[in-house]
Design a protein around this ligand. Sequence first.
Ligand SMILES: [Zn+2]
Length: 183
Amino acid sequence: MRKPKNDGKSGKISLDRLSGKRGRGRPRWVPAALVRSCADNYRRLLERGWNDLEDPLLAAQSEQEVAVALRRVPPGYPHELSLLAPLILKVIKEPKFPKRKKAQINFLADSIGAGGAVTPRRSRDICAEERARDAQRHHILRYEFWIECSCGYKGRSENHSCRDCGAILYLPTASESDASRDQ
Ligand SMILES: [Zn+2]
């Protein structure tokens, strides 16, 4: 039986993506947004555990020692991190591995965001590209409502107020809207 080819077009991630191995030929296709969101999760996770994790992790010389160090991440998290021990060892031994705590966390998280489907370097690049894209995305600077005021005005609010009489738009608090729904 022939080995199935890397299925880049359908968007499926092959199950061996955690192995850290790369096939021959073109680099694997990985969904950039997923890589970045995994990296973001790893950043949060590592930030929470870093004080306990830092010394044993950075001193680790083997995959086994990395896996032992990773047991110090806060309980309640999926322990997929230990599956990434070989990859993590490679990343923390990179000559470019940063010296400062925050930079170390971000570097490591972004490097493993792709779970080994691409090189740590490519994974970091994908995260950087995704974050740059976010920064360029437009965001809402101002919003208004369409209102009907008791003064008779119907139309767009101005600074969330009635344009005719200046009545201020009153938004019910969460508890009030709960109460009215219960009635
Ligand atoms: Zn009005």
